[in-house]
Design a protein around this ligand. Structure first.
Ligand code: 26M
Length: 823
């Protein structure tokens, strides 16, 4: 081992307080050229981050040796999005040196919490899908699975959200502004990516067909590596690609002496990794988005092939050494790109190349929403990736010949085709991913079932063994141990610390659920977290909330199917009740919302304005504001999430059944002792099964009932006119009190609900309001509430991302953990 070679200096990377203090001051001095008296808080943060990064890299290098020695099979995770959250705290947790560092800094008159607060998190994702990828990295590292994650190093991540005058206002996320101490540039790991041009077909003397792609532009991708550390374990690499112009890009321009044109072209080519696209936006036809996808896929596949060849192995056995997971269809052009690399660059025959390809990829679907299924216009592909379009056509024609042999109807065959030519011809990326993968999975039991019955039903009929489920999970290290240290300590006091690596152990808490003293301590921790949350709410919004209130939270991207506006209707019903009769028995409640709306999503932005308008009305009405408060937390992020979940009493998971693929916030809330009010949607179904139906507030139609309701003809106006109280609530949307005299303000919401209501808010309204009454009844019995809260946490074991990753390893990847030798 490199580590035991004589004469190899590996520096002082000890974990003792004194070692860290020395390294920290050395970083400040030698890496930043500063001494403590003139250093800024950011200098101190960077020095600490670099100190910790050294220790993390040491673990990484060590594990690489081990993987090489065992010649292990590994996973490459391809995702266009990651939301790792702040690195520093998580690394300290996983190195188990949080308290030592706190003391070391205190001895230097520095406050760890202030330094933790300096970190700007990488917002390289939209929401659930990106955060899931990061939870999976945490578990891959913790479990010691040989793996690497690939993505895009967006210079600007998800936009920053401010609320001005109640409306969402977006600005650029300059996350790299203060420097990024966690990444290392790898200039030697770089690949050329081509675009455009045309192909030429020619036959050689043996009549063998050779196809050559003559692209008309090229870009270089450069690797930036960030180590992600597991708990008491090793680190894996997040490898993000940045686009740069190549040296030859400007050759012609320079010859003409047109320096400025050359620089302009350089800037244009570097656009590719400039900015993350917000999803929920109409992306079809967005050329830059397709360029981003192909760019990172092309670099990642070349890198994987490099690793395969470096280890002296043949490409014919690529699938034996690597499996590549496609996180949604965003990287699905990889199917065509791997074929191109194998055929054109490495000269395999079609059959051989196809065998390797379809045994290498596995595909995870994350949504059934028809508007979210990716389709790329054939015309765009022809311009940008002409060779890939040819390959896709060839895959399709072979696939169609294959299914013709089965008993599929003509209608089914055209439904299954990779090409949709009913209107402007497009390529269905989910079909390409399904045909080109050996496994396809959904992200909750319900969602995987629907995937096989609806969106991919013909494929499931053709290849039933290809389809499986892996229910999502979250890392309880970040979302309990790190973000809720008091609850974590209370749990460990009762059942020991094994739960950090085996979340099932939480089950041991069940036997204490009836212990008076334990319940009291449990609720004391919750109250402490609520005070902390209330303080931050005050700081961020100026709104005062009493920490004794029931804190009722809905944080997630704003979307009509998630039904934030159903919550608003409920709040308005309470408001009208109080206005009518001050002596209702509604318990004091703070309603907390958070989440971003895609900048182009009109209705979602209206819903934010609706929430803030209701907040302004209620928070400023002395008749009501002792009982109700409404808060919209701006710029929801991983950092804010870590503050919100521990302080929540009630978790709102109220999407229309059949629409939320899984949800993962639902798991994070329950893990922190919040009770859930929710529908039978996504992973709510499984959460309820685990915690017991008596510990879950259920309401609303089931997926089947939704289908039937729609089939028989749904008439929201009828519900509106027959439910007196609901009618009053809905009409209030048009009242001057709420709209400040602008009748157009909420008319789009009002009209949509009365006439279409595609997500059945009115249908589910009464059952929701009734279930909320039940919530209030239980809330007024603190002993019962505490018991339910403890039982929720005790039964969350299944929703650890460690379990999800074990499932992927067993059901899909056939990859095993590598045991780390201790140093
Ligand atoms: C696009 C256009 C218009 C409206 C919506 C979209 C859109 C919706 C969802 C685009 C992509 C979407 O899916 C990706 C995604 O983030 N899915 C989420 O993945 C999480 C992790 O598996 C799940 O927990 C969430 O339920 C799922 O929504």
């Amino acid at each position: 081992s490199y580590f035991t070679k004589p004469g190899v200096g590996i520096g002082n990377v000890g974990l003792s307080k004194e070692d860290i203090k020395t390294s920290f001051l050395e970083k400040l001095f030698y890496s930043l050229g500063r001494i403590p008296v003139v250093a800024t808080q950011n200098d101190f943060y960077i020095s600490l981050a670099l100190t910790i990064r050294d220790r993390v890299f040491r673990k990484y290098v060590k594990s690489l040796e081990q993987y090489a020695e065992e010649d292990a099979r590994g996973v490459a995770y391809l995702s266009a999005e990651y939301l790792p959250g702040p690195h520093l705290g998580n690394n300290l947790l996983n190195l188990e040196i949080m308290e030592e560092i706190r003391e070391a800094l205190a001895e230097l008159s520095l406050d760890l919490d202030e330094l933790l607060n300096e970190e700007v998190e990488p917002g390289l994702g939209n929401g659930g899908l990106g955060r899931l990828a990061s939870c999976y990295m945490d578990s891959l590292a913790t479990l010691g699975i040989p793996s690497i994650a690939y993505g895009i190093r967006y210079e600007f991540g998800i936009f920053k959200q401010e609320i001005q005058n109640g409306w969402q206002v977006e600005s650029t996320d300059k996350w790299l502004h203060n420097g990024n101490p966690w990444e290392v540039i790898r200039p030697e790991i770089s690949f050329i990516v081509n675009f455009g041009g045309h192909t030429k077909h020619r036959r050689d003397d043996d009549n063998k067909l050779h196809i050559e792609w003559f692209p008309d532009s090229e870009i270089k991708g450069i690797a930036y590596d960030t180590p992600i550390l597991g708990y008491q374990s090793t680190a894996i690499i997040l490898r993000l690609w940045k686009a740069e112009a190549t040296e030859s890009f400007d050759f012609a321009a320079y010859n003409l002496g047109d320096y400025y044109r050359a620089v302009e072209k350089k800037m244009r080519s570097e656009n590719i990794t400039k900015v993350l696209y917000p999803n929920d936006e109409n992306l079809s036809g967005k050329e830059l988005r397709l360029k981003q996808q192909y760019f990172f896929v092309c670099c990642s596949l070349q890198d994987i092939i490099r690793l395969q060849l470096l280890q002296g192995r043949k490409l014919e056995t690529l699938h034996e050494k690597f499996t590549i997971q496609l996180n949604d269809t965003h990287p699905s052009i990889a199917v065509a790109e791997l074929m191109r690399l194998l055929l054109d660059e490495h000269h395999l025959e079609w059959e051989e190349a196809w065998k390797v390809t379809k045994n290498t990829f596995a595909y995870t679907n994350h949504t059934l929403l028809p508007e979210a299924l990716e389709k790329w216009p054939v015309s765009l592909l022809r311009n940008l990736l002409p060779r890939h379009l040819e390959i896709i056509y060839e895959i399709n024609s072979r696939f169609i010949s294959e299914i013709r042999e089965h008993d599929f109807t003509g209608e089914q065959i055209s439904r299954m085709s990779l090409v949709d030519d009913r209107g402007e011809p497009t390529i269905r990326m989910a079909h390409l991913a399904t045909v080109g993968s050996y496994k396809v999975n959904g992200v909750s039991a319900l969602h995987s079932g629907l995937l096989q019955e609806q969106v991919l039903q013909d494929f499931a009929q053709l290849w039933p063994e290809k389809f499986t489920n892996v229910t999502n999970g979250v890392t309880h290290r970040r979302f309990l141990a790190l973000s809720n240290p008091r609850l974590a300590a209370l749990i460990s006091e009762k059942i020991g610390k094994d739960w950090l690596t085996h979340l099932d152990k939480l089950k041991g808490l069940e036997s204490f659920a009836d212990e008076e003293d334990f319940r009291r301590k449990w609720m004391e921790v919750k109250l402490h977290n609520k005070k902390n949350l209330a303080n931050h709410i005050k700081e961020l919004t100026g709104i005062t909330i009493n920490p004794e209130m029931l804190i009722d939270v809905q944080v997630k991207r704003i979307h009509e199917y998630k039904r934030q506006h159903l919550k608003v209707l409920h709040i308005l019903s309470l408001y009208l009740r109080i206005k009518k009769d001050k002596d209702t028995n509604i318990p004091p409640t703070a309603f907390v919302f958070g989440g971003k709306a895609a900048p182009g999503y009109f209705m979602a932005k209206r819903i934010i304005k609706l929430i803030t308008a209701v907040g302004d009305l209620i928070n400023n009405d002395p008749e009501v504001n002792e009982i109700l408060k409404v808060v919209f937390l701006p710029n929801f992020s991983v950092k804010l999430a870590q503050l919100v979940y521990p302080g929540a009493d009630l978790s709102e998971q109220i999407s229309m059944a059949g629409k939320e693929a899984s949800g993962t916030g639902n798991m994070k809330f329950a893990l922190n002792g919040a009770l859930t009010v929710g529908t039978l949607d996504g992973a709510n179904v499984e959460i309820r099964e685990e915690v017991g139906e008596e510990n879950f507030f259920l309401f609303g139609l089931t997926t089947k009932e939704v289908e039937n309701k729609k089939a028989e003809g749904y008439h929201p106006y009828k519900i509106y006119s027959e439910n007196e109280k609901l009618k009053r609530v809905l009409d209030f949307l048009m009242s001057d009190e709420l709209t400040n005299g602008d009748p157009e303000l909420f008319r789009p919401v009002y009209d949509n609900l009365l006439n279409q209501d595609p997500y059945l808010l009115l249908e589910d309204y009464q059952s929701y309001v009734d279930q909320m009454e039940n919530v209030y009844k239980v809330w007024q019995d603190p002993g019962k509430w505490a018991r339910m809260s403890i039982l929720n946490v005790a039964n969350m074991g299944r929703f650890s991302s460690d379990r999800s990753i074990r499932d992927y390893c067993e059901k899909i990847w056939k990859v095993e953990a590598v045991k780390m030798q201790s140093e």
